[in-house]
Design a protein around this ligand. Structure first.
Ligand code: PMP
Length: 453
């Protein structure tokens, strides 16, 4: 058996890590996870952690679900791979596409499968362009995304992402991709502005941007119903209806990126239902398979699907697809994962356990380090500030968030620092008692950080 020390050495030597300071990684080395059970993961030294981020906002059913292992094994024995090119298909991908459309209540019409959320959004960019070429509007190609939005890291999806770290030194964003203000009332609201007034202003800014660019050049608007990686930002209640109305007015397609919010995270199956969003495209991934397999889906409504179908007929083919589009093992795992979410009432559990999480975190609102607590269901963030009254952030930005996350990890709780916001997104199977343990460990870490800072 390889010792953890040797593993750490090899990790530093041979693996370039995702979203990691590669220089610092050489000094600090990795935290190597070895196994998981329920909401817990264990590192190679045997230390137990509550996975307060469900991995990457994604492991809905927890880290030891035997049913997912079983269906993967059975599907691998029966048909380990088949593709969906040139009229071929396979049973799990067909059943999964039908199930996903069914879950939307038939508002979406067809599914296209990819390996990752980034590829799904990249696919949507291409479909938006394809759609407008099919309709004879080659100039209608611009896509408006939002500052702090997160949509992935491929060339196109990183361009949609509205975070400087994903653009800087990568020569992004691509032309024809624009960013408008996001619904972050705490930082973007004007003094005394109400939630409704703020939502009205953001919709007016979107409309002004469309008019300035020329509506005949703007093809789509993309947003996460609740923003995740940009800091867990829950919009005002009237935000989505207002933004949607502007999109409709200028024939701008609406893309709901539900990669984090899909499959129950907010206490509803999809957050689009929560906010009255009627998207033309939906992006799904992460909790689709609880990340036991890499898989994402683009759902499109009839309006889009019918145009793509017709245009592919004119051109002779739809010239897009991945080797693993509709992978049978990933699809079988997704189907079983969705069955588990339904059978165990995990969407309702996200609402009930989420109420406890939101209440426990809001009890910390008076803590000297806490500027704002936000969230819905089983997704939340606590934003730390150096001065509560003036909302002055810590200098350097991110120092306090990193400190609290580090202390929490020592205390057996994995969280995520997004600058100075600390994010929470535990598995949907978490019990109310476990939420209380999680909140206790966080409160303890916060107190320790207050002393250190
Ligand atoms: N969209 C959203 C909303 C996401 O949160 C993410 C990943 N965090 C992505 C897209 C990209 O997914 P992936 O990492 O699978 O490419």
């Amino acid at each position: 058996m390889t010792t953890p020390n040797h593993l750490a050495h090899s990790d530093v030597a041979y693996q370039l890590h995702a979203y990691t300071n590669a220089q610092r990684h050489r000094e600090e080395g990795p935290c190597i996870m070895d196994r998981g059970h329920g909401i817990h993961v264990y590192d190679t030294t045997g230390k137990e952690y509550i996975e307060g981020m469900a991995g990457l906002w994604s492991v809905a059913v927890g880290f030891s679900e035997p049913r997912l292992a079983r269906v993967a094994f059975e599907q691998m024995q029966r048909l380990p791979f088949y593709h969906t090119f040139s009229h071929k298909s396979n049973v799990p991908s067909i059943e999964l596409a039908e199930k996903l459309i069914d879950l939307t209540g038939g508002r979406m019409a067809q599914a296209f499968f990819t390996n990752s959320g980034s590829e799904a959004n990249d696919t949507i960019v291409k479909m938006v362009w394809y759609y407008n070429n099919a309709l004879g509007r080659p100039e209608k190609k611009k896509i408006i995304a939002r500052q702090r939005g997160y949509h992935g890291v491929t060339v196109a999806s990183a361009s949609l992402t509205g975070l400087a770290g994903n653009h800087r030194s990568f020569d992004l964003p691509l032309p024809r991709i624009l960013h408008t203000r996001c619904p972050y009332l705490y930082r973007e609201g004007l003094p005394g502005e109400t939630e409704t007034g703020f939502a009205d202003r953001l919709a007016a800014e979107l409309e002004a941007m469309i008019l300035a660019e020329g509506p005949e050049t703007v093809a789509a608007f993309i947003g996460e119903p609740v923003m995740g990686a940009g800091g867990v930002i829950v919009p005002p209640e009237t935000y989505w209806p207002k933004m949607q109305a502007v999109c409709r007015k200028y024939d701008v397609l609406l893309i709901a990126d539900e990669v984090i919010t899909g499959f129950g995270r907010t206490g509803r199956m999809f957050a689009s239902d929560l906010f009255g969003i009627e998207p033309d495209f939906m992006t799904l991934s992460k909790q689709l398979t609880s990340s036991y397999q890499p898989l994402a889906a683009v759902l499109m409504n009839e309006r889009v699907a019918s145009v793509i179908t017709r245009h592919s007929g004119e051109l002779g083919t739809f010239g897009h697809g991945y080797t693993a589009s509709g992978h049978p093992v990933a699809s079988a795992v997704a189907l079983e994962n969705i069955r588990i979410i339904e059978e165990r009432g995990l969407v309702d559990n996200a609402a009930a356990a989420g109420d406890v999480l939101q209440r426990r975190l809001r009890e910390l609102a008076d803590h000297p380090l806490v500027g704002e607590v936000r969230g819905i269901g089983l997704i939340a963030a606590v934003e730390l500030v150096a001065d509560k009254a003036s909302k002055t952030p810590f200098d350097p930005l991110g120092k306090a968030g990193a400190q609290v996350v580090r202390l929490a990890q020592d205390n057996g709780l994995i969280l995520r620092g997004i600058q100075d916001s600390v994010a929470f997104c535990p598995p949907l199977i978490i019990t109310e008692a476990q939420v209380n343990t999680l909140a206790d460990r966080f409160a303890q870490s916060l107190d320790q950080a207050a002393k250190a800072l």
